[in-house]
Design a binder for this molecule. Structure first.
Ligand code: SF4
Ligand code: SF4
Length: 135
């Protein structure tokens, strides 16, 4: 089966620097098996320390966790993932801009990319405050 490319253009959950992304495990409300859902804008309790990713054995994750991947979400949520990664300090501005350019395609003008990038950075600032209220 062909490997799905994530928001960063990489396989699986790899960030541009090769580390694990984990952004959706912070931003999204997520169903957990036998527990209340993980709230949105809050790091999942099952994220390991030092960026090691989910520590639950794959077979014990909820269907939502097993099935979901950012390769199949729309543009708006992809942009939120980029904002979330900036808010979490997981990517640099240049890495965020590259992901945005890939999302928008080659036909878009550089001024439109910069306009969208400004929106992504403003959203990252809002998300930073929201996430840090819950930590
Ligand atoms: S947003 Fe989620 S599915 Fe996409 S690369 Fe990041 S951790 Fe993986
Ligand atoms: S259970 Fe694992 S995959 Fe699911 S949200 Fe938590 S850390 Fe992410």
């Amino acid at each position: 089966m062909k490997e799905r490319k994530n928001v960063w253009g990489n396989a699986g959950c790899e960030l541009p620097d090769g580390k694990l992304c984990n952004v959706c495990c912070v931003l999204a409300e997520v169903e957990l098996v036998g527990e209340s859902p993980k709230p949105a804008f809050s790091p999942c309790q099952y994220l390991g320390e030092n960026g090691e990713g989910c520590v639950i054995h794959k077979g014990l994750r909820s269907k939502m966790c097993s099935d979901w991947h950012c390769s199949s979400v729309g543009t708006n949520f992809s942009r939120e993932i980029i904002s979330g990664a900036l808010a979490l300090g997981s990517v640099t501005d240049d890495e965020a801009r590259n992901a945005l350019e890939n999302l928008m395609g080659d036909m878009e003008s550089s001024s439109l990319v910069e306009e969208k990038m400004a929106g992504i950075k403003a959203e990252a600032s809002r998300l930073f405050n929201r996430i840090n209220k819950t930590i």
